[in-house]
Design a protein around this ligand. Structure first.
Ligand SMILES: Cc1cc2nc3c(=O)[nH]c(=O)nc-3n(C[C@H](O)[C@H](O)[C@H](O)COP(=O)(O)OP(=O)(O)OC[C@H]3O[C@@H](n4cnc5c(N)ncnc54)[C@H](O)[C@@H]3O)c2cc1C
Length: 301
């Protein structure tokens, strides 16, 4: 069987595509490895009707609602490769099987490259966070830190005082005098000593221990880590890729079409601002574009 569309990545973006194509009575195969990016967080914020919900439960509900449609199939398997064939695209799965689809939708997401600092990885998504709009409110008025990871970090540090008193941990880095002045204007304390580890009970955070033994009391640490694609399928297909400030981005037009005919992309891999709302909206846009191309033509080259 050739599916109308094969979706690589069945999370917020991919399931939104599946829902719209299913409602257009099209056949869809969703491939998914079950590792959405926000799985480290106990609650997702900012998505209407689900503010504060468990992200895993949200995805279970979404998947259940999509599964009601008879033209949708799920395979909980990794897509390893994809290539053109006479029917459209042939996707090779991790078990060696191959599936074919007239169109291909890439929504395999990104993963975050966390700095190697004792006590950091286990607090990711809980008290070590990247997005103040997603998780900052829960730390309102608390003592907050920003860890210097890249030139973007100083900009992050200028924003964070909106949520609470902020310390910027330079951690061996340097800062331009104009940015230091801006941070001073915003009331941010700059800590020059190297960071040794994160300290706290369980996944809570009580302090940053510095190399000189001093502990700076902090209840949440913001970081802006680089990210990388979960799959190299976009590159393998010849999709154009751009460099973003924190990682690569698949180039898409306003309808989420890539430069490769018949291949569409949605969600975190296609943009710099990363939220559930954007991922779902991207999925809806891609589904409309895919459906129109199935009806009016736009055969893969
Ligand atoms: C710690 C943390 C907390 C966050 N909190 C919030 C929040 O509160 N509110 C908010 O709006 N946003 C939040 N985000 C951002 C949000 O998680 C992402 O914007 C969103 O998950 C992007 O959806 P997506 O569908 O593009 O990718 P993802 O949700 O990452 O899903 C990608 C899917 O593709 C699968 N996959 C990967 N490779 C393959 C392959 N080769 N074959 C098959 N399947 C594959 C993965 O297993 C995964 O299921 C948070 C992010 C992080 C890191």
């Amino acid at each position: 069987m050739t599916f109308d569309t094969i979706i690589v990545g069945g999370s917020f973006a991919g399931l939104s595509v599946a829902l719209y194509l299913a409602r257009a009575r099209r056949s869809v195969l969703v491939l998914d490895t079950g590792l959405p990016r926000n799985r480290f967080a106990a609650a997702s914020h900012g998505f209407f009707a689900q503010d504060g919900s468990d992200p895993t439960a949200m995805l279970e509900t979404m998947r259940g609602q999509v599964a009601v449609y008879p033209t949708v199939q799920f395979r909980d398997l990794k897509a390893m490769d994809a290539a053109h064939d006479e029917d459209g695209f042939r996707v090779t799965l991790e078990n060696g099987e191959a599936v074919t689809g007239a169109r291909l939708l890439l929504a395999f997401g990104v993963n975050d490259i966390l700095p190697e600092l004792p006590g950091l990885a286990e607090r990711w998504g809980k008290t070590v966070i990247h997005c103040p709009y997603c998780h900052g409110y829960e730390f309102s008025g608390k003592r907050l830190g920003v860890l210097n990871l890249s030139p973007m970090s100083a900009h992050q540090a200028t924003l964070i005082p909106e949520w609470g008193p902020t310390t910027f941990f330079l951690n061996g880095g340097t800062i331009e005098p104009e940015l230091a002045a801006k941070l001073d204007e915003r009331g941010v304390t700059i800590e020059h000593e190297l960071v040794d580890r994160l300290v706290g009970e369980g996944t809570s955070l009580s302090a940053i221990r510095l190399r000189n033994g001093v502990e700076q009391p902090i209840e949440a640490l913001f970081i802006g880590p680089r990210n990388r694609f979960n799959s190299d399928i976009a590159e393998r297909l010849g999709c154009a890729i751009e460099d973003g400030p924190l990682g690569s981005v698949v180039t898409v037009d306003e309808m989420k079409a890539t430069n490769v005919a018949g291949v569409y992309a949605a969600g975190d891999i296609t943009r710099m601002g990363h939220t559930v709302t954007f991922a779902c909206a991207d999925g809806v846009m891609a589904a409309l574009a895919i459906h129109r191309s199935l009806v009016f033509g736009d055969q893969p080259s």
